[in-house]
Design a protein. Structure first.
Length: 386
């Protein structure tokens, strides 16, 4: 009887954690999604493409600064290894260096530099909270950040234009340096403990870099080759797909923290796949009905959204494998998969983009997602067979 009650308590606690995490993620991504859709209607295809281009530069530079340290905080935080202050210090130094370089390279643009530093701070703070399974605090932090982002970005956009959006996002990130400061006071800096994790750190860095390239390099390639207008339509399609992937993505992050602790996540992973199938079907059916009404400037994005919706399912399936391998510290497999995804996407964008324009670029997302998940399926069979 005691064992039964203990097992029930574990199930209830996990459900509570998932609920807290879910609420925070759904609310913030919902706010963010609506905000960017609003900005799309305000900026038009050209402006929306340009801001997407600038943010992509910031994300790539921020990810280089992070050097894979966010995954370190999640994985080793879940194992109660005190590396937070050490990681924070390295993150602050590296982001300052990278931000300074970007400032001189990108037309002395201070807003991108501030974005990079803020991005690193906020990413590390939220990674710490996830690793320690402080889902209630995590939810509060990301909701506050998103509200600040909306307020500051809209106000500053009307004051100084596109750069105001970048500055508003940066301010919403930088606000949470206070949490980082509190951790510095509680956890001592210990470089030797981080040194012992250098192999995973390198793999995690390569993984983060490949993921950042997967999410940003496409926009940096599209802008100079096909223009900001096409990029704007493409980005709107990605924005819709991002909204559809809210729940599967949320469940992935939850599964990762529990895979790292050795807890079973089979049910959660099944939910990821089923929900992604339902959302993909709804997107294909409903996008031609609602998009012309809400975004008459982006009618070209209708087919784009329908094409990209297909990618939700293979991406969701791939995330279940990624969670398993990262949780077991077997990140090399994930890195190779991300590299394969990136290579496939770059080739597809260049070839199909020049052949079929916007629809060809959208198709590149589907092709790279399929290649990604097929790789994981093959590797999983070989890995466990051996």
């Amino acid at each position: 009887m005691k064992d039964f009650l203990k097992e029930m308590k574990i199930i209830v606690n996990r459900f509570r954690d998932l609920s807290l995490y879910s609420i925070g993620t759904l609310v913030t991504n919902g706010i963010g999604g609506i905000f960017w859709l609003y900005m799309a209607s305000l900026l038009g295809t050209e402006g929306y493409g340009e801001i997407s281009y600038l943010i992509s530069i910031g994300i790539m530079a921020g990810t280089i600064s992070l050097a894979g340290m966010s995954n370190l905080l999640i994985i080793y935080g879940a194992k109660n290894i005190k590396i937070q202050s050490t990681v924070f210090l390295i993150g602050l130094i590296s982001s300052g260096i990278v931000a300074s370089i970007v400032f001189f390279v990108v037309d002395n643009n201070i807003t991108i530099s501030l974005y990079i530093i803020g991005y690193v701070i906020f990413t590390l703070v939220t990674a710490e909270l996830i690793g320690q399974k402080l889902f209630s605090k995590y939810s509060k932090v990301i909701i506050i950040q998103k509200i600040m982002l909306v307020i500051f970005s809209i106000v500053l956009y009307h004051l100084i234009g596109l750069q105001g959006i970048m500055l508003g996002i940066a301010i919403s990130f930088l606000f949470f340096i206070a949490i980082m400061y509190k951790t510095f006071k509680q956890v001592k800096i210990d470089f030797p403990i981080l040194k012992s994790k250098y192999k995973f750190s390198i793999n995690s860095f390569l993984l983060d870099i490949s993921n950042a390239f997967n999410g940003s390099l496409d926009k940096i390639i599209i802008a100079p080759i096909l223009g900001f207008s096409l990029l704007g339509n493409y980005q709107l399609g990605l924005q819709f797909i991002g909204l559809l992937y809210l729940i599967p993505g949320m469940l992935f992050a939850y599964a990762l923290s529990h895979d790292a602790s050795g807890n079973s996540t089979k049910l959660v992973k099944k939910m990821i796949v089923v929900i992604s199938i339902i959302f993909a079907m709804l997107s294909i059916i409903l996008s031609p009905i609602f998009l012309p009404i809400v975004f008459p400037q982006f009618t070209e994005a209708i087919v784009v959204i329908q094409i990209m919706s297909v990618s939700i399912v293979p991406s969701a399936i791939a995330s279940t494998y990624i969670s398993k391998y990262l949780g077991s510290e077997n990140s090399k497999i994930v890195i190779v998969g991300s590299g394969l995804y990136l290579l496939t996407q770059i080739i597809s964008i260049i070839v199909l983009g020049n052949m079929y324009g916007l629809n060809g670029v959208a198709l590149s997302v589907v092709i790279s997602s399929l290649v990604h998940v097929v790789y994981f399926i093959i590797i999983d069979k070989l890995y466990y067979k051996s």
